[in-house]
Design a binder for this molecule. Structure first.
Ligand code: SF4
Length: 188
């Protein structure tokens, strides 16, 4: 049994003075993984959203960011209003033809890898605005990873959208990851 007051250590091999003793405390001392998986794990747990709010869905987005929903649990609470500091574009609201080039410009300026959530039926399909001046789905202009339906979607629905996106990142299923994999396969 040994002395219960003494911390057990594993025998140190090689140059004992150059190695720290390994504490046998039950924690894993090391793990193995792939670099892609490690980076994806870091990315999915540190999403930095850029809210592109154009209408009422943006109000619901504000609710989503409140402490009640504690989005910090998922590492996505660092909202930025600079595209160069963001990797998750959340389009929340009706997008008109006049606003579409602005949305595209912001998407292009965002850091890579980048992801897109379309929040609400207006952003997803134009919603009830069957009008000549309203974009009938933002995926006509930028790639969308997750669609969150509703008018407006509840904060819980958007939260589920973020979790879905995290799952997609972990599986390498986002638009950006698939495009990257295709480019690698083509030798580009
Ligand atoms: S989906 Fe509904 S709540 Fe959201 S922007 Fe359109 S009309 Fe407003």
């Amino acid at each position: 049994m040994g002395d219960p007051g003494k911390t057990p250590t594993l025998p140190v091999q090689g140059n004992a003075s150059a190695r720290a003793p390994h504490l046998k405390d039950g924690d894993p001392a090391f793990l193995t993984t792939r670099m892609d998986a490690l980076l994806d794990a870091a990315r999915k747990n540190s999403l930095w959203p850029f809210p592109f709010g154009t209408a009422c869905c943006a109000i619901e987005f504000m609710s989503f960011m409140m402490s009640h929903y504690d989005i910090s649990r998922f590492g996505a609470e660092v909202v930025r209003f600079s595209p160069r500091q963001s990797d998750l574009l959340i389009v929340a609201g009706t997008v008109t033809d006049k606003m579409a080039p602005v949305m595209v410009r912001i998407y292009e300026q965002m850091a890579e890898p980048k992801y897109v959530i379309s929040m609400g039926v207006c952003a997803c399909t134009g919603g009830f605005y069957r009008a000549y001046h309203v974009v009938q789905g933002i995926d006509e202009f930028i790639p969308v990873d997750v669609y969150v339906p509703g008018c407006p979607p509840t904060p819980e629905a958007l939260l589920q959208g973020v979790v879905k996106l995290q799952e997609m990142i972990a599986r390498g299923e986002t638009h950006y990851q698939r495009a990257l994999a295709a480019a690698r396969a083509a030798g580009r």
